[in-house]
Design a protein around this ligand. Sequence first.
Ligand SMILES: [Zn+2]
Length: 325
Amino acid sequence: MSLASYAVGVDVGGTKISAGLVDRKGRVVAGTIASTPTEGPFAIVDSIIDAVRAVTRDAHPSELAGAALGLPAQIDWHRQTIEFCTNLPLAGVDVHGVVQTRLNLPVVIDNDGEVAAIGEARFGAAKGARDFLMITMGTGVGGGLWLGGRPYRGSRGFGGEIGHVLVEFEGLQCPCGGFGHLEAYASRHALVRDAREAAATYRGAAIKRLANDDLDAITDDTLLQAVREGDELAGEILARAAEIFGRAMVGMVNLLDPQLIVVGGGLGQKTPVWVEAADAAIRREALAGRADVRVVPAELGNDAGVIGAGALAFDEYDAREEPGL
Ligand SMILES: [Zn+2]
């Protein structure tokens, strides 16, 4: 028998749902993108199903390996259930079962950070690496572990949550409810909070002006623009966030001894400061023998989730069809 030549990768985010028909070389041969519905879980599930149908319209069912969905959620990998989901109302919703039944296609769900790690391992910056750490910097800080040449999800599937490691005792509150976690210091959420606070002060006048004097209009792009224009306070905010991120990566290197750290996600790709700060901190502070750990930017860009999910769907298909492979 011939192996399926296409898989569907779906990247479900807080603001958009992207889907792609992916081939075995990681090429996206058909794609679609839609805004994530805000009407509730059933609208989101419908939107996922519509996206898969749109990209598989011209494919024959026998050509399809299946579909994989990357979700910004804590997923029990073995049970294929969504246990927690901060940014979307999907906790407890049987996305896996409903999508699989309605599409009559094998479906697997996974954490979006892990999916990005799979994509970078197969087709991106970590091609050929046996042990690496994927960081996805966006509104939050996601992560995916690739250890021993395969995804490492922990005992249930909740592993790799690098955004929720402690960087300051009794520190700022994190969106997860905890205190002092990395995500509370180095994420879009953190930068926007700091930029808005700064803009309310005399020294933050430049940041405020870039947002047309509307503090609520300040985004991470506002801050990065102010940095590019040489604003001192904006530079301090970004440098501090990057330094905290870099120090956190020293701990990761000491714990895991990876070959490399791949930094991606929307915010991760907007500025090189994360890669530079982590690289410098590791050289300066990591335990002996670890100074050559490389920190590199992700290579798959906005398609990382779709390509990684496609690769995951192929892996699951191959494991079913040719168990000895
Ligand atoms: Zn947290």
